[in-house]
Design a protein around this ligand. Structure first.
Ligand code: ATP
Length: 355
């Protein structure tokens, strides 16, 4: 038996019958509903206002029913209805972000994965403690501008999508920087970005063993980020600034990538360290997570961020990826979640994958 994350009271509704897979209609919801339906689950879409018409265009992913709320924050008033529906909430980036990490963490409805991870991920300082103490290589951090000895990226706390990040080629260039809030000065890592999609199963007893379970690599993407990705066309950041345009990193889409096979040991090592430390710190992260890093020309992977739930880059792989096809054919992250739920149900181990 592994670590139990959920109390009996929390999971009581699920004793009455099969769970309903529920999530907020946004982000990766099409994939989540599609994967759940493939495994025979009923699905519930939580929609802010009238459900978006595009769900009608995707019959294999349209949820069986909708729960409409006036505002995302109103979801907290729907706990009784969600429990009556035997809902299992699947967290995704927008769900947790829009509802607020605190409100999401407190909802008395079963959630897929360990909700204790939210407080470790939503605070950049705590996230750094977690990753550094796990021995994961990260970009250097400068305590003061005087220490800077190379290119840097200045990040504001809670600036989603890299809004307002500031790039400086060197210490000189940083002199012009006027901070507008709490921020960190980080080494700007030169290399190629990879966003690695992992799934950790605490139930599995085969494969790449980590903790009591196993780690699966299901895909990889790179994010298209406006307007910085267009920078090369202008030659340099200064050109953008001269044109009166502040560089931004607003994600507009995703492209699939694969890594040189010889780099896979490094990637798995990073994933395993993150999981092992999470088990020590807060009982373990369960299910999908994404390691976001940069591979340098010395072939060293430096991690600048992790997402502790399904990321939108997995939407590329609804019918499988170059990696997930080697785990099981046609395996999306959405379907992987449903399979874990199914196994936990069959083995009476729901408390190990839900919280
Ligand atoms: P989100 O929440 O949308 O993931 P964020 O605001 O938390 O974004 P990060 O993910 O940390 O910001 O960074 C946004 C982008 O900035 C990255 O996708 C990457 O392109 C770039 N970036 C971040 N850190 C570094 C770094 N140390 N070196 C080079 N580029 C970086």
């Amino acid at each position: 038996m592994g670590i139990e994350l959920a109390s009996r009271a929390r999971l009581a509704p699920l004793e009455e019958g099969a769970p309903t897979v529920a999530t907020l209609c946004s982000h990766s919801s099409l994939q989540i509903f599609h994967g759940a339906r493939q495994e025979g689950y009923r699905t519930l879409g939580i929609s802010v206002g009238t459900p978006a018409r595009f769900y009608d265009a995707f019959p294999l992913a349209r949820p069986d029913s909708f729960l409409t709320v006036p505002k995302v924050r109103d979801i907290v008033h729907e706990v009784d209805r969600l429990r009556a529906e035997r809902a299992v909430l699947i967290p995704h980036g927008s769900f947790v972000e829009y509802l607020g990490p605190e409100a999401f963490g407190q909802m008395d409805v079963p959630v897929f994965g360990n909700r204790a991870v939210i407080e470790w991920e939503s605070d950049r300082e705590k996230e750094r403690v977690w990753l550094e103490s796990a021995g994961v290589p990260m970009p250097r951090r400068y305590a003061t501008p005087e220490e800077v000895d190379g290119p840097v990226i200045v990040k504001y706390y809670g600036a989603k999508g890299g809004q307002g990040f500031y790039l400086a080629k060197n210490r000189e260039a940083l002199r012009d920087f006027r901070p507008t809030g709490p921020h960190v000065i980080q080494e700007y890592v030169l290399g190629t970005r990879y966003y690695v999609h992992f799934f950790y199963s605490p139930l599995s007893d085969r494969g790449y063993r980590v903790g009591h379970g196993s780690l699966e690599l299901l895909g990889m993407d790179r994010r298209d980020e406006a307007n910085i990705d267009e920078l090369y066309k202008l030659g340099a950041q200064e050109e953008l600034l001269r044109a009166g345009i502040r560089p931004t990193f607003v994600v507009t889409g995703n492209v699939p990538v694969v890594l040189r096979e010889s780099l896979l040991p490094q990637i798995f090592d990073v994933g395993a360290r993150i999981i092992e430390r999470s088990i020590e710190l807060f009982g373990g992260m369960v299910g999908p997570f994404c390691v976001e890093g940069i591979m340098t020309e010395e072939l060293k992977f430096k991690v600048f961020e992790i997402s502790t739930r399904i990321v939108a880059g997995t939407n590329l792989f609804i019918s499988g990826s170059s990696y997930s096809d080697l785990v099981a054919p046609g395996l999306s992250m959405g379907r992987r979640i449903a399979l874990e739920l199914k196994r936990a149900q069959a083995e009476g181990r729901l408390a190990e994958v839900l919280s």
